[in-house]
Design a binder for this molecule. Sequence first.
Ligand code: NDP
Length: 294
Amino acid sequence: MNDRATVRLAATAHEDAVTLPAVGQGTWFMGEGLAPRADEVRALQQGLELGMTLIDTAEMYGDGGAEEVVGEALAGRRNQAFLVSKVYPWNAGRDSAIAACEASLARLGTDHLDLYLLHWPGGIPLDETLEAFERLREAGKIRRFGVSNFDVDEMGSLNALPGGGDCAVNQVLYHLGSRGIEHSLRPWQRDHGMPLMGYCPLAQGGRLRRRLLDHPEVTALAAERGLTPAQLLLAWAVRPVEGVRDLIAIPKAVQPDHVRDNAAVLDQRLDDEALARLDAAFPAPRRKEPLDIV
Ligand code: NDP
């Protein structure tokens, strides 16, 4: 991954630092019969071969069906992927999180996750979830833990708990039409050395959903730069901020040309003029906004 766009996860007390592709692969709506299963499996394998080696899934997706698709895609090549899954908030208790993780591992056909996320903040006290994550880590079932859909106050509460500072990432909605995290969450994450994962990078969800792929400025600029609109959105999402890339976009794609286009973004860079034009059309927030979610 010499010059390809990457994001670094810091070393922990137990794990070396790891360099990940800045564009990975989402799996929401896989394993639900929307596309032939063989196509979904092949798409993930194609993405792996093209360098999108981070795969994001969750026990929620397809009620475990997406994890089974990922397991099929990774059969015989588990070591090629950095595998991320998520636990429902109501399964994130001291013992229930262990059981949920073991069920995910069985569906995925692997003995460990590289990263296990709390899917969104819930009613179970965070210290219980942290205890379960630590037990899973000690047992070798997860390498790192993280969270998802946590706003800045929630990150502060997590960070104040014993072990909370070991959180590896926060996965949140982020696309050109929904930049709210740039006001305070993203700076907080940066200050604490915790990268973000950006979901719905092609704007397929969220309160602030907009039709970005056919927005006139997006289509015009993409054409001028020889990119597809989706590539422009992804290259924008993973652009370095103050010289450092700290966000991994995780588009979901089944169609082979979508997978190919998304992987090509690892080699694409947006120039300052392109970034300025996108800033003008989609301004960064001037004040705190509620965290956008799907
Ligand atoms: P995305 O923004 O990734 O959009 C997915 C859609 O975009 C699919 O219809 C796909 O089509 C299409 N697409 C993909 N690549 C291209 C391309 N190059 N050109 C044109 N269209 C393209 O939305 P998601 O909601 O799937 O979000 C991405 C991932 O983020 C999820 O799959 C999931 O893993 C994660 N996520 C996490 C959440 C959380 O709460 N933590 C919430 C929501 C998502 P096709 O499949 O037909 O190729």
